[in-house]
Design a binder for this molecule. Sequence first.
Ligand code: BGC
Length: 307
Amino acid sequence: MDEWGQIRGVNLGGLLDARDGVFPGWPLLPEHLDLIAGAGFDTVRLPVRWWGHEPGALDETARSVVDLAVERDLSVVLSMHHADGLMTGEPGAAQRLIQLWERISQEYAGVPHLAFDLLNEPRDALTPGEWNQLLPQALAAVRAQDATRTVIVGGARMNSVEGLLELVVPEDPHLVLSVHYYEPFAFTHQGAFWEKGADAWVGTRWPGEPGHAARLAVTQDLTRAAERARELGHRLVVGEFGAYERAPQADRVAWAGWVRAECERLGLGWIFWDFTTDFGVFDREAGAWREDLRSALLPQEGVRSGL
Ligand code: BGC
């Protein structure tokens, strides 16, 4: 479907995928979705930590977010986040992923403007070879319930561009490819408490003036990914990109604006990471957009004011 290759979205990070596993990570208000739609975003990606959760409260919350978003004409990407057992090579983990997608596909059968992101950032024990074997099985679990649902897939190595180049893509007309883009990592993740060694990166700048090699590197990375997607005959989205709050603010804004602009030039959809955690474009305490970031992402849009 063409439209997924043109999306302009934001990740509802930290809501149902909080790093500490507490849900919801922050209170989503219907007004937040009004603001997202009013600012000109057309899509939200909802990362969900289904792994380790029995069917119940988490599913109900996820469903209510999807319904609220769809009511506002926002497309939704539901993402399988933090499937830890797969990354540590836990016995039975592959079967668990397949069963989860059977269950989720049944639940959402018939819901329009909804895509499934099969697995966030495969890595560690889930090598490119292992992921290439598991992917068609997870996809088949969706297809058994839903022949035409858009399914988003990225490569191993954390959905990186390199991972996309190694991905074996099953024959399926309703696939959309994805990469996550956080390069240079020492810039976007400086000071991130969950990344080993990240304190040493604090102060890393992103010298993004026109013609600078830093800008060119982004262009080259995204061009490689776009070319691979074209060869494979699928649309590509950059399903996550963003910089942590400890990066210099002016550089975060310049970087985000450049990645966004290059996505649009290359015909790639994009979904910013994220709405309102420590990467966020929206300041929940102030009840207002971080205007510099918002306008780097959506320069032409009129925007409804804060809460
Ligand atoms: C993770 C988040 C993290 C983000 C940026 C996401 O895939 O789920 O916890 O903040 O990537 O590193």
